[in-house]
Design a protein around this ligand. Structure first.
Ligand SMILES: NC(=O)c1ccc[n+]([C@@H]2O[C@H](COP(=O)([O-])OP(=O)(O)OC[C@H]3O[C@@H](n4cnc5c(N)ncnc54)[C@H](O)[C@@H]3O)[C@@H](O)[C@H]2O)c1
Length: 252
């Protein structure tokens, strides 16, 4: 990690888990680069960090765009001097719960382009910076769906399984270079992403809660704390791991 003010690049920072991570990194003294395709969400997160007196860069970016991510990474390096930590968190659920034979090719491609290829695009460009620096830490936003199957969510589940493959392979490739790469795997988190499935309906929400051994959703900040730990010096011998933040869901 750099000795000057550390920097963190966070994708999907305009909502939910990404916003909570942006808040936490800023509270802990990081300069933050916020990437999201939603300008309204970005502005709201940036406003929160400005209010904390934090240093923030807002970059409207589609993580599925090679050139868009390239511009955002260059802007981050120019403004913040480098990238100490990157949290590749942006993701989508796709068209919702649907049997595989009804999933459209367009939906499958969109989920893969954002969740899996988007993570690869971000990693590739962040790693180029980190290799030059000789240090860095990447956390990829995975899921419990990286380890267990979810019926009616085949494209999403496949994309999240793929993120673990990218994480493990890259961790090995860069292990001796001072760059660590891990994944965080949340269970059900209280964000708009979850509302997308429940439609805010109380019965549907309870069905999701019933899946969780703690009988509640995670708060986005509970995931953010795992991410900042994975990025920290305290996790200096941790690479290639998948940290479950799932309230015990995958221990069933
Ligand atoms: N909420 C959950 O229960 C849960 C559980 C496990 C994993 N996750 C994962 O956590 C991550 C964040 O989810 P969340 O719950 O905070 O969701 P969210 O919908 O609240 O936030 C996702 C953010 O990503 C942004 N985004 C989507 N596509 C993008 C793109 N192409 N380029 C840039 N930004 C884009 C959205 O605009 C949004 O601001 C996702 O990868 C999701 O798969 C969520």
């Amino acid at each position: 990690m750099s000795d000057s003010q550390p920097s963190a690049l966070i994708t999907g920072a305009g909502s939910g888990i990404g916003r909570a991570a942006a808040d936490l990194f800023a509270e802990r003294g990081y300069a933050v680069a916020l990437l999201d395709r939603d300008p309204v969400g970005l502005q709201e997160t940036a406003g929160r960090i400005n209010a904390l007196g934090g240093r923030v860069l807002s970059l409207e970016t589609d993580v599925a765009s090679w050139s868009g991510v390239g511009e955002a990474v260059s802007a981050t390096v120019n403004a913040l001097g480098g990238i100490d930590c990157a949290f590749n968190n942006a993701g989508v659920a796709g068209q919702g719960e649907c049997d595989l034979h009804d999933v459209t090719e367009q939906d499958f491609d969109e989920v893969m382009d954002i969740n899996l290829k988007g993570t690869w695009i971000c990693m590739k460009q962040e790693l180029a910076v980190m290799v030059r620096q000789g240090y860095g830490s990447i956390v990829n936003g995975a899921s419990v769906a990286s380890f267990v199957g979810f019926d009616k969510l085949s494209a999403y589940t496949a994309s999240k399984h793929g993120i673990i493959g990218l994480t493990k392979s890259a961790a090995l490739e860069y292990a001796s270079t001072g760059i660590r790469i891990n994944a965080v795997c949340p269970g059900v988190v209280d964000t708009p992403f979850t509302t997308h499935f429940t439609g805010g309906d109380a019965t549907a929400e309870q069905r999701f809660r019933d899946v969780e051994p703690m009988n509640r959703f995670a708060q986005p900040s509970e995931v953010a704390h795992a991410v900042i730990w994975l990025c920290s010096r305290e996790a200096s011998f941790v690479t290639g791991t998948s940290l479950m933040v799932d309230g015990g869901l995958t221990s069933r």
